[in-house]
Write a protein that binds this ligand. Structure first.
Ligand SMILES: NC(=O)c1ccc[n+]([C@@H]2O[C@H](COP(=O)([O-])OP(=O)(O)OC[C@H]3O[C@@H](n4cnc5c(N)ncnc54)[C@H](O)[C@@H]3O)[C@@H](O)[C@H]2O)c1
Length: 271
């Protein structure tokens, strides 16, 4: 919980915000005074998030939107403008990571699913939202990337390609929208516990050993960085990919094969 109210009077639209990272981000914007749009393919989940927000004194609407559908995207933007008249902050968070397959067993439909859900959606939504921001002379777009953009996962050729695209898209869009007062950045989450299988003890133990900071991330770990990027404190930050991963990506070797193991680090009494 925060006492900051950096987004009073602003409108924030977050896709994929019925669960996980998107939920934590939309709740943070609402806590800090924004009117929010909780957009998700799961309307029941989005309604539940809005109920929580309004019970806490915030303001929000739920919108059903499959980000693979141009019609749903248009309807989502229309509903947002009809309700609030503007969009100050857009978080292109919706993404799918679920269907891991070896490349040699994949087909075109699998590829299209990931590229459409994770990358093309960010283009389609930004394309409709940016004109409103440009006419207002200000706005902030945050695209959700992944460590997979620069360090690959096995079984996730299409996911990693989509996230590499997200980072290229983010940089290019930042250049083209800077003259209009719109900043565009990406967040790069690490190993964030959002699904029941992530929280199983074996998975938990493996993750805690792999992450230098010693634990998996929580959705809330992304909420503060998203709010920072959307705030005036980040007024000079655009075209950046902010890594939020407890130092996973900077490792050359995982702790399991490290030649200078953590248990040989000096004890506090020896330094
Ligand atoms: N969890 C991680 O470790 C991790 C790491 C790197 C990047 N990410 C990225 O963060 C974002 C959120 O991931 P998460 O872990 O919170 O996932 P999640 O599965 O917990 O939540 C994803 C949300 O998006 C919604 N969604 C899925 N497909 C949709 C569609 N077609 N249209 C609209 N909504 C849709 C789901 O209903 C859900 O509410 C994704 O872009 C993901 O790639 C997550």
């Amino acid at each position: 919980m925060t006492d900051l109210r950096r987004f009073n009077g602003q409108v924030a639209l977050v896709t994929g915000s019925a669960h996980g990272i998107g939920q934590a981000i939309v709740e943070r914007f609402a806590q800090e005074g924004a009117s929010v749009v909780v957009a998700d393919i799961d309307l029941t989940g989005a309604d539940a998030v809005v109920s929580g927000i309004t019970a806490g004194g915030g303001t929000g609407i739920a919108v059903k939107c499959d980000v693979k559908s141009k019609e749903d995207i248009s309807a989502m933007i229309e509903k947002t403008i009809a309700t609030y008249g503007k969009i100050d902050i857009l978080v292109n968070n919706a993404g799918d990571v679920t269907i891991a397959k070896h490349f040699l067993t994949t087909d075109e439909a699998w590829w299209d699913h990931f590229l459409d859900t994770n990358l093309k959606s960010q283009y389609l939504i930004s394309r409709l939202v940016a004109p409103f921001m440009a006419k207002a002379g200000k706005g902030c777009i945050i695209n959700m990337s992944s460590g997979g953009a620069t360090r690959s996962h096995r079984g996730m050729v299409a996911y990693d390609a989509s996230k590499g695209g997200v980072e290229g898209f983010t940089r290019a869009l930042a250049l083209e929208l800077a003259p209009y007062g719109i900043r565009v950045n990406a967040l790069v989450p690490g190993l964030i516990v959002t699904r029941p299988e992530h929280a199983e003890p074996v998975a938990d133990e493996r993750r805690n050993k792999t992450v230098p900071i010693g634990r998996g991330g929580t959705p809330a770990d992304l909420a503060g960085p998203a709010a920072f990027l959307a705030s005036e404190d980040a007024a000079y930050i655009t075209g950046s990919c902010l890594v939020v991963d407890g130092a996973v990506l900077v490792q050359q070797r995982s702790p399991q094969v490290e030649t200078f193991p953590i248990d040989t680090f000096p004890k506090l009494e020896d330094i």
